[in-house]
Design a protein around this ligand. Structure first.
Ligand code: PMV
Length: 320
């Protein structure tokens, strides 16, 4: 029996992280330079229900039964079983490979879940539609940080730039001009759940202050949407930096992330900000065409562990 595979890209949040948990809008894009891939290999001689996991990137080689009930893979496979109404899967080996850095704000957990849901549903002969995959992965995301907005599973499943409001149908963004982004990973891992919980704690202590910050972020996101749809990239850069200042007020940036943001601006970026939960992970900078390499180099000088250059292209223009 041939191997069956599923894959999913990484993602980056351009605007509105954290505020999106509180029902403000946010904008996210897929990052196709990094990918998660899952391969299912049937094991016709194995006992039904036996699933061997082989994930070298996270050094996980075990039988599914040895994982705890709250492990994301276990939750996802239980969801898949109940969706298909089966008691046991036919025996198989699940190989997972990912080039998406873990806990770095690029959506590695959600991308692995999307890839696995795609591969396993194809293996069963009933490939799931994107809506269902995204819904299932949202359930898995809840185990990581209790109150996810749903933006990660949505942008990763649909692999298109999106304008997203929690619990509302997402909208595809019409990108008028190519957007070149340089992503700088500061190399420090920060679990999204802890960062989201920290903001919640501060919000509970002073709701008026934080609601005001979320409202200001909301204005920026709506302006950014217009800039993207009208191809006004200089104003987009200014909006990114303004969003970063509000993320600093939410106390999710760090001295190292601020240093990378300053380095990107010094190298000619139009704007830069933390992307994702912060506390570590990555920042993004908007680059003029042709400046991206120079910005990436300066990010390395300033301490970035890794950089990714990605371009968001208008739909239908041979987008990656
Ligand atoms: O997964 P990360 O680190 O990119 O963060 C997700 C973005 C948050 O807004 C902080 C949380 C959420 O669920 O939207």
């Amino acid at each position: 029996m041939p191997a069956i595979s599923g894959s999913a890209p990484g993602k980056s949040i351009l605007f509105g992280e954290h505020a999106v948990v509180y029902h403000r809008p946010a904008i996210a894009v897929p990052v196709t330079q990094v990918q998660a891939r899952a391969v299912v290999l049937a094991n016709p001689l194995g006992t039904p229900g036996q699933i061997q996991i082989d994930a070298p990137d996270i050094d996980l080689h075990c039988n599914i039964e040895s994982l705890s009930q709250d492990h994301p893979l276990v939750i996802l496979l239980v969801e898949l079983r109940s969706h298909f109404g089966i008691n046991r899967f036919p025996a198989f080996t699940l190989r997972i490979k990912s080039t998406i850095p873990i806990a770095a704000g690029l959506g590695s957990g959600a991308a692995v879940s999307v890839a696995v849901a795609r591969a396993v549903s194809c293996f069963l002969g009933y490939p799931l539609p994107n809506e269902k995959i995204s819904e299932m992965v949202y359930l898995v995301e809840k185990t990581y940080h209790g109150t996810p907005s749903g933006i990660d599973n949505t942008v990763i499943t649909f692999a298109q730039p999106i304008y997203f409001v929690k619990e509302k149908p997402f909208e595809l963004l019409q990108v008028a001009k190519p957007i070149t982004l340089v992503i700088g990973d500061c190399g420090v891992r920060a679990p999204t759940g802890e960062m989201v919980a920290g903001v919640r704690q501060r919000w509970e202590q002073d709701p008026a202050k934080y609601e005001k910050i979320f409202d200001e972020i909301s204005e920026i996101v709506m302006d950014a949407r217009m800039s993207i749809e009208n191809g006004e990239l200089d104003s987009l850069g200014r909006l990114m930096t303004a969003n970063h200042q509000l993320l600093q007020q939410l106390a999710v940036s760090t001295p190292l992330l601020d240093q990378l943001i300053d380095a990107a601006i010094a190298a000619g970026a139009e704007g830069a900000k933390v992307s994702g939960a912060g506390g570590g992970g990555n920042m993004i900078a908007l680059s003029k065409p042709g400046d991206a390499e120079k910005i990436a180099q300066n990010l390395h000088f300033a301490g970035a562990a890794r950089t990714i250059i990605t371009e968001i292209k208008p739909a239908g223009s041979n987008s990656e």
